[in-house]
Design a protein around this ligand. Structure first.
Ligand SMILES: *Cc1c(COP(=O)(O)O)cnc(C)c1O
Length: 389
């Protein structure tokens, strides 16, 4: 199969002769599909993954997207969900049973934490969180009932990495399933399945959608793993993506490489500005030489862009609030991966009376650098920082 990026994005999975040679694929907005033969209907009942029966299962628009996303990850198959959180839920639930133990990296995506802390304990599944930067910590945390290792590399807040090949090797030797949240990199910059991880997962809301108008999630892995999840969690929870949203993601994929390239160039310039600013104590970005795991980042990832954290030098909360509220173009909002730059102040998660200027985590900002001109973003940060002293 041709796995060149251009082929995957422009042609793979598309069947234009079957829809009037239209360049853009149709949105097959249907809930159900008709049959002419009783035996064919019977076969579809037997195996919903074999053809089109009902759109909670397979749908032709969604299938185009599945083929492209699987190929991008060099994985056998892919499932696409109505959110990244739904993808996490399905991937995790499919691989645990009562009595099992999960080893997770510290501070994974917040709704993954919620699943581990609030939902799974009700079913007798417990989770141990570890600092995933050291492979020894995985070795120490594994117990006989460990069936799942949950990774997020880089983490979307502090950007801590895990050595994916080393963790995969360790897990395989112990018969443990591995899941890696790859939202930060996308398959363009990191392919966990190629490194031996069982399930690669991403929030397609971020870079794949790319326009802040769709919520979606993706998992890729072996055909057997995807079938197991399809036949159970995917079909019973009914959290598969709808055809229109799948179509928006196909559209997003067309321009993913150029968007990442531009965001990458912007990020370099904005990081340079921040590092040299006297009011910035520290900048955290995996591809900056000051990053503690810089060597691993360079070895494991083909690129890093968009998300940057920085710590502002101040001894009071008011100046952080003033900075955040005086930005004119950078919007204060969750999420990332779209065309627009965004910021989240860490102090928004700390009750004001508990604010401690001695704790850098209370003075941190997470900035997402979008597609604007770098000077435009930098000028906005600069005028905002002038409000601090
Ligand atoms: C946003 C995000 C998710 C969840 O995805 P949704 O599409 O919002 O449900 C999961 N992991 C990471 C790292 C994210 O940033």
């Amino acid at each position: 199969m041709d796995l060149s990026l251009s082929y995957i994005l422009n042609e793979l999975g598309e069947d234009r002769e079957n829809y009037f040679n239209a360049i853009a694929p149709p949105i097959v907005q249907t809930s159900n599909f008709a049959f002419k033969k009783v035996d064919e209907l019977g076969k579809a009942f037997q195996d919903e993954m074999a053809g089109y029966l009902y759109s909670r299962g397979l749908n032709p628009t969604v299938d185009i997207l599945r083929k492209k996303l699987a190929a991008l990850d060099r994985a056998e198959d892919c499932l696409v969900f109505n959110s990244g959180a739904a993808a996490i839920y399905a991937a995790v639930m499919a691989n645990v049973k009562a009595g099992d133990h999960i080893v997770s990296v510290d501070r994974p995506y917040s709704w993954a934490q919620h699943l581990f802390n609030k939902i799974l304990p009700r079913f007798g599944v417990v989770t141990t969180y570890i600092d995933g930067t050291q492979i020894e910590n995985f070795e120490r945390a594994i117990i006989p009932s460990t069936t799942l290792i949950y990774l997020e590399s880089p983490n979307s807040w502090g950007f801590a990495l895990q050595d994916l090949k080393a963790v995969a090797e360790l897990a395989r030797a112990e018969g443990i399933t591995t899941i890696c949240d790859n939202s930060y990199c996308t398959p363009l910059y990191q392919r966990p399945v190629e490194m031996g991880i069982d399930i690669s997962l991403q929030s397609a809301t971020k870079y794949i959608g790319g326009h802040s108008d769709t919520v979606a999630g993706v998992i890729t892995g072996s055909s057997a793993m995807m079938r197991k999840i399809f036949e159970n969690e995917y079909m019973t929870v009914g959290s598969g993506i709808q055809p229109f949203n799948a179509w928006l993601l196909i559209r997003g994929l067309r321009t993913l490489p150029v968007r990442l390239e531009k965001i990458g160039r912007n990020t370099e310039q904005v990081v340079d500005f921040l590092i040299n600013h006297p009011l910035i104590e520290r900048v955290i970005h995996p591809f900056h030489p000051s990053f503690p795991q810089y060597e691993l980042a360079k070895r494991q990832m083909e690129g890093a862009c968009g998300l940057v954290s920085f710590v502002v030098r101040t001894d009071n909360r008011d100046s952080l609030v003033r900075f955040a509220e005086s930005l004119r173009h950078i919007l204060m909002a969750v999420s990332w991966g779209g065309y627009e730059s965004l910021i989240i102040p860490g102090c928004a998660s700390v009750p004001p009376e508990q604010f401690d200027a001695g704790n850098p985590a209370h003075r941190i900002f997470r900035l997402y650098i979008g597609l604007e001109e770098p000077d435009y973003i930098i000028a906005d940060l600069e005028q905002g920082l002038m409000k601090i002293p």
